[in-house]
Design a protein around this ligand. Sequence first.
Ligand code: FAD
Length: 454
Amino acid sequence: MATSNSKLDTHPAFARIPPWVKAKLRPIAIEKIEQVYNWVETECIPAERIYKAQLAKHRWQTPEIIHELRTKAKAQGLFNLFLPNHFEESPGLTNLEYSCCAELMGRVYWAPQTMNCHAPETGNMELLAKYCTPEQKKRWLYPLMNGEMSSAYSMTEPDVASSDATNIGIKMEITDKEVIINGRKLYGNCKTNEEMQLFILMGCSDPGNKQPWNRHTTLVVPANSKGLTQVRNLTIMGYDWAPEGHGEYIYENVRVPIENIILGPGRAFEIAQGRLGPGRIHHCMRLIGQAERAYELALIRCIEPNKKPRGKLIGEFDSNIERIADMRMTIDSMRLVVLNAADTMDLQGNKAGRYAIAQSKILVPNALLKVIDEAMQMYGGQGLTQHTPLPEIWTYARFVRVADGPDSAHRHQVGRDQMKTAKEFRGRAEQYTKRYRELCKKWGLKPEEFWGIV
Ligand SMILES: Cc1cc2nc3c(=O)[nH]c(=O)nc-3n(C[C@H](O)[C@H](O)[C@H](O)COP(=O)(O)OP(=O)(O)OC[C@H]3O[C@@H](n4cnc5c(N)ncnc54)[C@H](O)[C@@H]3O)c2cc1C
């Protein structure tokens, strides 16, 4: 039943939300979506250049403006909206309702951070909320939820194919009191930024276990642990993504107390499975917002009076009119994919939502790469420079194809699951043929005369 809240039809925060989603939004969600919209439009977009200027001064420190905005956002009840409403610590939104907020946050790359809704924090906090003891929550979850520190998720390794987590090889020797860690890790935010205080680390604690899914353990490693060295800050397609960045790490006899183990030794796969939920598509949700920004920039360029090749506005060329149409339709269709994934998780749980999550991970970044690419094209030379945010937006879409698992791995999983349905279709095809033979008899036809494979 459609809700009669007129705001849904008039306020720009809801302009892109499809009617079936509007019909599901509860008053608390309507209020939060409007608040997030106003926050991003008035506090974040106008401050984009301030953020850059402050970052240029202190490359690996969180800019002052972020601290100020975080304090304000928290006071306005805009913190941690991502945590789904089945957690006791949740501010109350469903995944579907949060998707609408996340898209708006995504309009500015760092806006989610002002609301404590950024990666990898959201996936990490969800993991900690799901699997930690009350004591562990006090040490790690609540400080993260309060925005007092930040965290990294560290699974990928340079020496193995990490998309298959059974390969994870960093050594964890578990004694009575502590865990001793040795090995290398790739990715996980940089500890160059002092706010980054803990790693959620997956490693191999029982390599001889016959069951590959019981060999690994997840635990928390304080960033200042002795023997933990950041070898370098990684660049992603030339960008350092400061002030959080991505690091490469060496662990040499790093010792952490066994109380830092989450859920228990050998249970990392349960945790990794649990992390496959909403956190996996938060990037996609935000990316829709980034694509909307690219689209709006394209529209602005279409009517830019100073840009008139052959005496015509950019938007007067048929090719660009068609480009705009394709961009609009692609973004709208990708939004439906993401919203469907969020709704499926709400209605059927994360496990049942596996296909919808994979669909989102595979389709959304790929399709939006094209949208952003077309916007760059319409900007000509400037489109590929820092005169526009388009190259950064494009790079974000590109990295979402790999981060949280490469799309090929998701595609492989979807394809394998789909192959399992082939037998059923074969059975049905046999039934069609049987019935065809019966119909031939009835109508006096010879089946072989009109024969095909099916
Ligand atoms: C910007 C960014 C941020 C990241 N942040 C983090 C982070 O915070 N923490 C972290 O631990 N990691 C992080 N990663 C790493 C990312 O999760 C891994 O790179 C990814 O899971 C793939 O693992 P891999 O690099 O070892 O590639 P591999 O496992 O070696 O895979 C390489 C390629 O092989 C192919 N492939 C793999 N599996 C399959 C399959 N099943 N079917 C078909 N083809 C397949 C794919 O083309 C894949 O891209 C980040 C990556 C990026 C780009």
